[in-house]
Ligand binder design. Structure first.
Ligand SMILES: NC(=O)c1ccc[n+]([C@@H]2O[C@H](COP(=O)([O-])OP(=O)(O)OC[C@H]3O[C@@H](n4cnc5c(N)ncnc54)[C@H](O)[C@@H]3O)[C@@H](O)[C@H]2O)c1
Ligand SMILES: [Zn+2]
Ligand SMILES: [Zn+2]
Length: 368
């Protein structure tokens, strides 16, 4: 992928005040395939409910790759990407009461006001003033600093001594795999489930599905390294769908019945349609993947199958619960980190995550 090279000494863009003319480095998206690690104005408090957070650790999501591929043309040129990370509070607005300068925090990928109708229902993803906006509609956290709106509700405190690398996985992938995949997929003890996509999000579904002790967990991907890792995380069967016929193999493993839950964690027509082929009567297809293209819904085959299909943008309502499971080491998402970089090596980190099979990469961690 070609990177747009910007002169590091070029004039700073973005909002800044006389009081805070500082600059920082940030990963700026320009257009599909064009991004740059460059100087940018440091964010400042705009609303009394804001906090400015200094990033300590951040990472790259499959969704950032969708943006870079052009699957999300709504992302503006000049946007700083990134919606995951932990950091230290640099400054808070006057009405922030839960946090103060110096506090260590987890940044949630979803911003929520806590007051609107959707927030009251626990559907933070559709908060009327927030939702998923970070690194999408507003500047995100692949930068030295980030402005977090509605900080009281959108940040989580990190207690002293916690393993902050593991907690980066709480920004997005753990609640995503759990809420969109496991909860929506209604995984139950004794179930046979399939997880299509063994990226960090599929792996998070794999880890958190085991809270409910499914009997069989079939993981499908095209990356042998990721599939081998899935085995160490509890997959009972792995299928490389580039080398084997995944439908035939899953139907044979399930005596022709199909799986109780099929979790789609890729975001392609082919992988969603695979879930349609392997779902048992009464089963649940839980879509997680971000889709840039339409998929074919085979109602001629599914109309009488008593199945449910769910879609969800992660709400992050389970973050406090998942935090406890990470703290107690009931699950160890830190094992998903395969590569560590300095924040300044952002372009190299993207290259590694974009070529995950070649690099044997899962989650890449960037440290400031
Ligand atoms: N719904 C949400 O709120 C939400 C939140 C975060 C991420 N996501 C989405 O979840 C998906 C997974 O994210 P990730 O970070 O793990 O991404 P990723 O790109 O690291 O992982 C995707 C995996 O799919 C595999 N794959 C690609 N094509 C395949 C095919 N034809 N058959 C089988 N496997 C195939 C890849 O080898 C890779 O392991 C992405 O679509 C991402 O945008 C959704
Ligand atoms: Zn994400
Ligand atoms: Zn709200």
């Amino acid at each position: 992928m070609e990177d747009l090279i910007i002169d590091k000494a070029s004039p700073v863009t973005g909002a800044h005040t006389a009081a805070n003319m500082g600059t920082m480095k940030a990963l700026v998206y320009y257009s599909p395939g064009k991004k740059s690690w460059e100087a940018h104005a440091k964010p400042v408090i705009k609303e009394p409910t804001d906090a400015v957070v200094k990033i300590l650790k951040t990472t790259i999501c499959g969704t950032d790759l969708h943006i870079m591929k052009g699957d999300m043309p709504e992302v503006a040129s000049g946007r700083i990407l990134g919606h995951e990370g932990v950091g230290i509070i640099e400054e808070v607005g006057n009405s922030v009461s839960n946090f103060k300068k110096g506090d260590h925090v987890i940044i949630s990928c979803v911003t929520s006001c806590g007051k609107c109708d959707y927030c009251k229902k626990g559907m933070y993803s559709h908060c009327e003033k927030g939702g998923w906006i970070l690194g999408y509609m507003i500047d995100g956290c692949q930068a030295e600093y980030v402005r977090i709106p509605y900080a009281d509700n959108s940040l989580y405190p990190i207690p002293d001594g916690a393993d902050e690398e593991a907690l980066v996985m709480l920004s997005d992938i753990l609640p995503t795999g759990f809420e969109c995949g496991v909860l929506n997929g209604q995984v139950k003890p004794g179930d046979t489930i399939a997880i299509v996509g063994a990226g960090p999000v599929g792996m998070a579904a794999l880890l958190t599905s085991q809270f409910y002790t499914p009997a069989e967990i079939i993981v499908v991907d095209q990356d042998d390294n990721r599939l081998e890792v899935a085995k160490t995380f509890g997959a009972t069967h792995i299928i490389n769908s580039a080398k084997e016929n995944a439908i035939e193999k899953i139907m044979s493993l399930t005596n022709g019945k199909g799986v109780d839950t099929a979790i789609e964690a890729v975001g392609l027509p082919a992988t969603f349609e695979l879930c349609e082929e392997i779902i048992s009567a009464g089963g649940h297809i839980a879509n997680i993947g971000v889709h840039g293209k339409s998929v074919v819904l085979h109602m001629e085959k599914l109309w009488d199958r008593n199945i449910s299909i769910t879609t969800r943008l992660v709400d992050t309502v389970t973050t406090p619960m998942l935090f406890k499971t990470v703290q107690s080491k009931r699950i160890e998402p830190k094992k998903l980190i395969t590569h560590r970089f300095k924040l300044d090596e952002m372009i190299k980190a993207y290259d590694t995550f974009e070529h995950a099979a070649r690099e044997k990469a899962l989650k890449v961690l960037l440290e400031n």
